[in-house]
Design a protein. Structure first.
Length: 254
């Protein structure tokens, strides 16, 4: 897809996978809005990256806040790209170790961010894209972020795995839904990546995680996610797919 004279939003764009994607889009000359929580480093990152980048503070499950971020994008140029990286983890077991039932409140909260937030960004971004004039037969492309946990969720990951399985299930249906409107939808399912989420772990734990990956036997780098995102945007035949980016890992139960 042609990216010249276009804008993009990247949720979770203040760090990790999202930030790497923002940098790649900026290198391609795209006007980018970083969509991240108000307390994130989004404002500082946007200032550091220059005039092509703006910050739109938003919780991805908040329709008004996401719409405001989209307004920022379309004031610069037509929105043709949305990369949704925002999400969060959390632990719930069906029955906890003390015998109590797993927290419905925590489960619901994680579904709200990771699944409802994904659909919210998808629907609002797509609604902007369908108003674009087609360029080379396309109006836009949306990339969502699933996870290998959608297939191999580990013990305690039931809310996260449920949400990411929902993203996987959403991808083909959304691509079919938007096909006649010339908007593509794909998802990337990362394995274990070296992002700020892992910063709370010691180097020994990180090394142990890396050793589980067959090849390359290391943690994924955020720019490897960003490079795949750019390839998806570029290739008009790639639609309705969920692509694992995981070094051939298959997660153990725990």
């Amino acid at each position: 897809m042609e990216l010249q004279n276009s804008s993009a939003i990247v949720t979770g764009g203040a760090s990790g996978l999202g930030l790497a994607t923002v940098k790649r889009l900026v290198d391609a000359g795209v006007h980018v809005v970083i969509v991240d929580l108000p307390q994130s480093q989004g404002k500082d990152v946007a200032q550091e990256l220059g005039d092509l980048v703006q910050f739109g503070p938003a919780d991805v499950a908040d329709p008004d806040a996401v719409d405001a971020a989209l307004d920022l994008a379309v004031t610069r140029a037509p929105l043709r790209t949305a990369v949704h990286c925002a999400g969060r983890g959390g632990t719930v077991r069906v029955v906890e170790r003390d015998g109590s039932p797993g927290s419905l409140e925590t489960y619901t909260s994680l579904i709200q961010t990771n699944l409802i937030g994904s659909f919210n960004v998808l629907r609002l971004a797509a609604a902007r894209m369908v108003t674009n004039e087609p360029v080379d037969g396309e109006r836009g492309a949306v990339i969502m972020t699933a996870s290998v946990a959608a297939w191999e969720g580990q013990i305690g990951q039931i809310p996260y795995a449920s949400a990411k399985a929902g993203v996987v299930g959403m991808t083909l249906v959304a691509a079919r839904d938007l096909a006649r409107k010339l908007v593509r939808v794909n998802s990337i399912a990362p394995g274990i990546f070296d992002t700020p989420i892992l910063s709370r772990f010691s180097q020994d734990i990180k090394d142990g995680l890396a050793a589980q990956i067959p090849h390359p036997a290391r943690l994924g780098e955020p720019d490897e996610y960003a490079r795949l995102a750019m390839a998806i945007i570029d290739n008009p035949m790639l639609n309705g797919e969920v692509i694992r980016l995981d070094g051939a890992i298959r997660m153990a139960p725990k």
